[in-house]
Unconditional design. Structure first.
Length: 534
């Protein structure tokens, strides 16, 4: 692989890489505002300037400038190297680049910072970006001087509603154009643009339009400062109180990698942010996915019920025992659910096929919905591919309704409360639902056992591309909820069986090591799909 030198360090690069991208791959940050690895490079912020040393025999690129001599108070002509934007310059074999170690680069970064802050309101105490703002970070790293301008700064519009989700503060904007380029290049809806010139520049929405659609939250995410905020998150939390868990969006079968930000003091989730994964979602998420963090709290089942009334866990399990005593195994159906992890579904499949010895295995999930060719998949479940791997012969929810109506199935153990279609036909069966969320099945179930949501335990999901990805635990279990695979073990015990699983590690070992010969019904699962998530 070809290499170049950055401040004396050897940096490998792929042909066509810019200096900033090659450095970024090595975990070296060259300060930048307008550059984003997923967008085109306009090279307009000038924060990434670097010095490129001439090759032997090459004439250096330099500029004639006037510099103030502090001793005489006069300007004198001097020369300085012409700095180049690292976000635009293509890396070349043997190139010698100076960043942190060049006094000219240090001066340029300082001056760009000072220029950007000339009219900036510096209202950090009331700004949602405080704590994760590039202006703050780079001031500390590259400027550290107080404001010299004493004139009234230029005032621009604040609190402008760009649409139903995003609010714009023009005074905080550094005009990097990332939001414009995101809407143009990724969302394919060029609804944002820049107007005016110089210090009157501001971002504007196309006349007659508003910033709307399925990808508005990403404009806030790419904004390096506090100019764009989401109505959902603004003024809700200070980011330094939040912790983050590597998660996987549960909104559809794409399985976008995400950071789930939560406040451990209140056991409360506050937002999702995309977690970069070139193979799945690159740097992006959709609005529906970004808002789906709310499902960590909304519509949750947190306590057991028997016949719709609150009950203790023991009373619920006693009822399970009573319900299943003497029921022939062929009358019991097991309903897997594509919203639940591989571990949860594996446990239910194990109960069905190994302990009970039934082949009445069915699969459920949320109904299909909107899709596009950017990220959003029509399958609104995060683990449909996992169910297909675990139980390729599972029958459909419609089949279950048919078997219940024909009297072949009288009892159902189900994962999840939602269904792809009207579940009313299950009223004729005795249903035990192990669910994290309320839904038609929890409403008609005789016994409901609360399961932890994806945010409260570590779980594996197989996305539409067949990649296994792990969503890690963020929150503590709410109420009496437990991971569904534990609830399945309790149900198995109540039914009179001895479950073989008691630890997540054991289930994962089964999932990785299971050979087709060991479990005739089970497939061989790929061991690694997403290295970053595993
Ligand atoms: S609003 Fe943010 S992303 Fe858009 S140009 Fe201004 S600083 Fe850049
Ligand atoms: S595309 Fe699907 S997985 Fe990705 S953020 Fe949206 S809902 Fe979530
Ligand atoms: S990152 Fe803005 S000019 Fe290079």
């Amino acid at each position: 692989m070809p290499t170049f030198k950055l401040d004396g360090k050897t940096i490998p690069f792929e042909p066509g890489d810019t200096i900033i991208r090659a450095a970024d791959r090595q975990g070296i940050e060259i300060p930048h505002y307008c550059w984003h690895p997923g967008l085109s490079a306009p090279a307009n912020c000038r924060m990434c300037l670097v010095e490129i040393l001439p090759k032997p025999g090459q004439k250096p690129l330099s500029l004639d400038i006037l510099e103030l001599d502090p001793k005489t108070g006069e300007y004198k002509p001097v020369q300085k190297p012409k700095l180049q934007p690292a976000c635009y310059m293509t890396a070349g074999e043997g190139m010698e680049v100076l960043g942190d170690t060049s006094p000219h680069v240090q001066r340029a970064r300082h001056d760009v910072q000072e220029y950007l802050l000339l009219n900036h309101p510096v209202d950090c105490p009331i700004c949602d970006q405080a704590g994760e703002c590039k202006l703050q970070d780079y001031w500390l790293e590259h400027q550290k001087t107080s404001k010299r301008m004493h004139d009234e700064p230029v005032h621009k519009p604040k609190g402008v509603e760009f649409g139903p989700t995003i609010v714009y503060d023009a005074e905080r904007c550094v005009m990097c154009t990332r939001c414009i380029r995101f809407m143009d290049e990724i969302a394919k809806d060029p609804v944002l643009d820049m107007r005016e010139r110089g210090n009157l520049n501001e971002i504007t929405v196309a006349p007659g339009r508003q910033l709307e659609g399925h990808y508005t939250f990403m404009t806030e995410h790419v904004c390096p400062v506090g100019a764009l905020t989401t109505k959902d998150f603004r003024f809700k939390a200070r980011v330094w109180f939040l912790r983050s868990a590597p998660s996987v969006c549960q909104g559809c079968a794409t399985g976008c990698n995400a950071h789930l930000d939560y406040d451990p003091r209140y056991n409360k989730a506050y937002r999702y942010r995309p977690r970069d994964n070139e193979k799945v979602n690159k740097y992006w998420m959709c609005d529906e996915g970004m808002l789906s963090y709310r499902e960590a709290h909304d519509g949750r089942v947190t306590e057991p019920t028997v016949a719709g009334k609150p009950a203790s866990t023991q009373a619920a399990l006693d009822e399970v025992k009573r319900l299943f005593t003497g029921v022939p195994k062929d009358a019991i159906a097991f309903l897997l659910h594509a919203r639940y992890s591989l571990e949860d579904n594996w446990a239910l499949r194990e109960l069905a096929m190994v302990l009970v010895g039934s082949h009445h295995v069915y699969a459920s999930g949320r109904p299909d919905g909107y899709a596009d060719d950017i990220l959003i998949h029509k399958d609104k479940n995060p683990n449909s591919a996992g169910i297909k791997q675990l139980a390729p012969g599972a029958k459909s929810f419609k089949d279950l309704l048919g078997d219940v109506s024909l009297g072949r199935v009288t009892h159902v153990v189900s994962l999840g409360g939602s269904a792809p279609e009207d579940a009313g036909g299950l009223r004729d069966a005795k249903v035990v639902a192990i669910s994290a969320h309320e839904g038609p099945l929890t409403k008609l179930a005789r016994v409901v056992l609360p399961a932890t949501s994806w945010a409260e335990h570590s779980g594996t999901y197989v996305n539409a591309k067949g990649m296994r990805q792990i969503a890690e635990k963020a929150l503590e279990p709410q109420g009496a909820s437990k991971p569904a695979w534990k609830q399945v073990a309790d149900v198995a015990t109540a039914m009179g069986y001895s479950p073989s699983w008691s630890k997540l590690k054991g289930i994962r070992a089964e999932l990785i090591g299971t050979a087709a010969a060991d479990r005739p019904s089970g497939p061989v699962l790929p061991t690694v799909g997403n290295a970053s998530a595993e």
